[in-house]
Design a protein around this ligand. Sequence first.
Ligand code: ADP
Ligand code: MG
Length: 449
Amino acid sequence: MAASTNFDFIYEPIKEKMREILSHITYITYIEKLRPVDVDGRFIVLETPNENFAQYLTGTIAEKMREAIVKADVGVSDFRLVVEGSSEYAYNAPAEESYTPPSSLDKKYTFDSFVVGKNNEFVYAAALNVAEDPAGTYNPLFIYGGTGLGKTHLVQAIANKIVAEKPNLKVVYVTCEQFVNEIIDAMFTGRGPDARDRGNRLRQRYRSADVLIVDDIQFIANKKAVQEEFFHTFNELVSKGKQIVISSDQPPKELTALEERLKTRFSGGLVFDILPPNFETKVAILKRKAFEKKCLVPDEVLTFLAQDSGDDVRTLEGRLTKVIFASKLHEVPITVALASSALNEAVSEDGKEEITADSIINAVCSYYRVKRDDLVGKCKKKELVQPRQICCYLMCELLSLPLMSIGKALGNRNHTTILYSRNKVEEIKQVNDRIAKDIDDIKNIVLKK
Ligand code: ADP
Ligand code: MG
């Protein structure tokens, strides 16, 4: 039947694995008689000839079947059965095996930890509404604003809240850069059925989402094939009544190099901006961040830090971190005087040597035993890429320099690359203790020299 052939590309590799894992007789008697009829989220739906058949499969060999499905690595991880002639699931997979939410979410990005001010009250309300009622009033939701103003925080807050409160919904969160890379990978590396299958699996992953969040959509600019793919994913999800959330550094109509039809689509939803915070909101944000870092920072210091701090909340937070750091380092209370000196001259522990881009680059080089030219160079070998990204991260954390200047100091890189590396290390650090320790060690080298 035509319907079955549609899913053969997923089922064939699974059958291969089942042939390896199950006994020959079981394979011939049962597996050969199953028919893939649908894919539902992470489940492949298999049709069995009758009820008894289904019962046997669910009881005796279900675990092994699941093992084969996972090993086949085709984008599904479990199965459901329907008996021929019925449209209802005969046996659902056990509930505890629900899909695993995206690991790239940062748990600290919540609605609670997001400070609401005049600059973001509408976007906050819209985001909260989406998290409470996905695919309700605000769909698709499009959020735009300058760098470091809280877009990622807000869209991840949506994801975190839905993951926590509506575990039956499949949330897919992806940075646009990751989306682009995956699509390009699947589409253009290799040809033939294998590459096609990879494309299909990827498509399946995105199109089975209940909530799809794409952060920093501007990265899709100028990539025609990816835009095409995204356009179809977008349409399919919208037509199925699924929620879409998009963030961008610009409003849809100003995303030049974006296909007109995508712009129209984005503008068709609800578009909200995040503006730079005013002075009061900056102070409130600093207060919140100090609280999160479990530090008591006097109001006059918060006020001092908020003054002349530019628009970017990330930089604002960096100023606070630096002052808290200086206070711990010198074991002195946090005062305006300390803040002033900590911000004016980033000093190391012995109070003499200044922390500079160079001192960080040197520390990273000596720690990982790589040459400076290689570190700042363009070579993409793994042994260099990670130290380079960690170097970016440390420079962002320890220097109060704009991303552009950091990029310049690190081999003339674009500020988006710096931002990407910084965020990536921030992410990896959460899940990889070794890297977190490396970072601490290098920080100590920089500070104690
Ligand atoms: P963007 O994605 O817009 O570049 P982020 O969401 O990464 O910005 O925000 C940068 C930093 O600033 C994050 O640590 C985030 O928690 C913080 N931040 C931004 N806006 C707020 C806010 N209104 N309340 C609390 N923290 C904020
Ligand atoms: Mg962001």
